[in-house]
Design a protein around this ligand. Structure first.
Ligand code: NAD
Ligand code: UGA
Length: 458
């Protein structure tokens, strides 16, 4: 079948794969090619075992793959035949040189710009899908324009707002699509070409148009605001534990104000994921580079508060377990950074596990989807760590259970059985406030919810 438009995505990761799969599903008359330098990733996308776990994704890929959705490592051929090129390569925090630990590492991004210049034969629309520092499009344009040979490259920003674990739903029913383009004839036309893709399923009023710079910066700001809410409620959780107030009641009371809203107010052991910390640090770095130190300090506190929360969680565990966990077995329930994903990037479980091992605890890690990643994350750890998909065997003979991921199935566990198999006193630290604390108390556990008074017998 011949397709009316060819769309390429460079980068077949958590964003590129699901985004293109949903677009292909909804736009059968366009052809979508997804390319990556990593042949294992591409082999995964072409197999029955997709390289990432996302509810509903298997079904979407199965419907579109081979019809108008193709995965390949042939980046040059992809660039040659595409009308529109989405770039969704990784943009991690720099681990070297100027801006180390703060700024975005744009080497993968820049490499794609050079590949596009080398292989493109006609005009192209280049879409920034990755999250990038404000004014990155300028750098991309300079690379592209250094060698146009009569071709026109129009750079558009279209950041992605999907969250892991709900990627397919977010892509199908997102709150908005953001398209940032230059206010020129070619810029406006490019913005419309991108909007035409989304119009296949998104209502017009949810498609927002801005300048390129506002679009780039909006993405960083959206993540910063979301993370800020979590750090705000987590800061209050610390105060609650000292004052007998209950952070869940506070979240309900505060979130009922329609100006504040109820979402993203769940106190937790800390936020994780590949983007919140990275994007805030990037925002901080940008502000500092303009000598806006108060702005930088303000946002940096969101990350510092998150680190404090993770450390505070472990310190509380140690303190409540009679000031020592040395030699004690602790079961970590969940290692993914949130439920419904196998992703462990920046998961608070990594920090908690490392701190507990430093205290010489013995760990049993369990998770329904993230054990392979957990093994890698803890490969260099100098201590006793075992891994099991079965929460019951993780808890067997343990002194404590710490809930670190909000997997729904943990609510439904047989906690009578778990209690019987543990050493006494049996401690439970609920880092996600997902369990029924009163019921656990009745079973006999020493219960430590996050951000409210403990339910203990001593
Ligand atoms: P990822 O690491 O899962 O995927 C990136 C892919 O790009 C990798 O498979 C890598 O091999 C490939 N790649 C790198 N350089 C390449 C090149 N030169 N040519 C071809 N392929 C190349 O990353 P991700 O989680 O999909 O994130 C991608 C971007 O999207 C980041 O900027 C991130 O901040 C942003 N983002 C991520 C999420 C999320 O939920 N993960 C959500 C919104 C935005
Ligand atoms: C987040 C944003 O929600 C997406 O809009 C954005 O596109 C994405 O980052 C990105 O740019 O990568 P994600 O990190 O996948 O998505 O997941 P979230 O649902 O935002 O959760 C992030 C972390 O915050 C998780 O560790 C989660 O458990 C934690 N969290 C979330 C809380 O501790 N409390 C809450 O109330 C909500």
């Amino acid at each position: 079948m011949s397709h009316s438009k060819r769309i390429l995505c460079i980068g077949a990761g958590y964003v590129g794969g699901p985004t293109m799969a949903v677009m292909a599903l909804k736009c059968p008359e366009y052809r979508f090619d997804v390319v990556d330098i990593n042949p294992d990733r591409i082999a995964g996308w072409n197999s029955d075992e997709l390289p990432i776990y996302e509810p509903g994704l298997d079904d979407v890929v199965r419907q579109a793959r081979g019809r108008n959705l193709f995965f390949s490592t042939d980046i040059a051929a992809g660039i040659r035949s595409a009308d529109i090129i989405f770039v969704s390569v990784n943009t991690p925090t720099k681990t070297f040189g100027e801006g180390m630990g703060m700024a975005s590492d744009l080497q993968y991004w820049e490499r794609t710009a050079h590949e596009i210049v080398t292989h493109a034969q006609g005009d192209k629309i280049i879409v920034e899908k990755s999250t990038l520092p404000v004014r990155t499009a300028e750098a991309m344009e300079r690379i592209l324009r250094a060698n146009t040979r009569g071709r026109h490259f129009e750079v558009v920003s279209n950041p992605e707002f999907l969250a892991e674990g709900t990627a397919v739903r977010d892509l199908l029913e997102g709150d908005r699509v953001l398209i940032g383009a230059h206010d020129t004839d070619t810029g406006r036309a490019a913005a419309q070409a991108i909007a035409d893709i989304y119009r296949h399923w998104m209502p017009d009023e949810r498609i927002l148009f801005t300048s390129v710079w506002s679009s780039e910066l909006s993405k960083l700001v959206a993540n910063a605001f979301l993370a800020q809410r979590i750090s705000s409620i987590n800061a209050i959780s610390a105060l609650c534990e000292e004052t007998d107030a209950d952070v869940s009641e506070i979240a309900r009371a505060v979130g009922s104000d329609s100006r504040i809203g109820p979402r993203f107010l769940n106190a937790s052991v800390g936020f994780g994921g590949s983007c919140f910390k990275k994007d805030i640090l990037n925002l901080v770095y940008i502000a500092r580079s303009y000598h806006l130190h108060e702005v930088a300090d303000y946002w940096e506190m969101v990350v510092r508060m998150n680190e404090f929360q993770m450390q505070r969680f472990v310190r509380r565990m140690v303190k409540e377990m009679f000031n020592t966990v040395a030699g004690k077995k602790i079961a970590l329930f969940g290692f993914a950074f949130k439920a419904d994903t196998g992703d462990t990037r920046e998961s608070p479980a990594i920090t908690v596990a490392r701190m507990l091992v430093e205290e010489r605890a013995r760990l049993a890690v369990t998770d329904p989807k993230a054990l392979a990643n957990a093994r890698k994350d803890l490969a260099d750890i100098n201590g006793e760590v075992t891994f099991t998909p079965d929460p019951y065997s993780a808890a067997e003979g343990a002194d404590a259970v710490a809930v670190l991921t909000d997997w729904r199935q943990y609510r439904e566990l047989d906690f009578e059985r778990i209690f019987k198999s543990m050493l006494k006193p049996a401690f439970i630290f609920d880092g996600r406030n997902i369990l029924n604390h009163q019921a656990l108390r009745r079973i006999g556990f020493q219960v430590y919810p996050l951000g409210s008074r403990s339910l203990t017998t001593f």
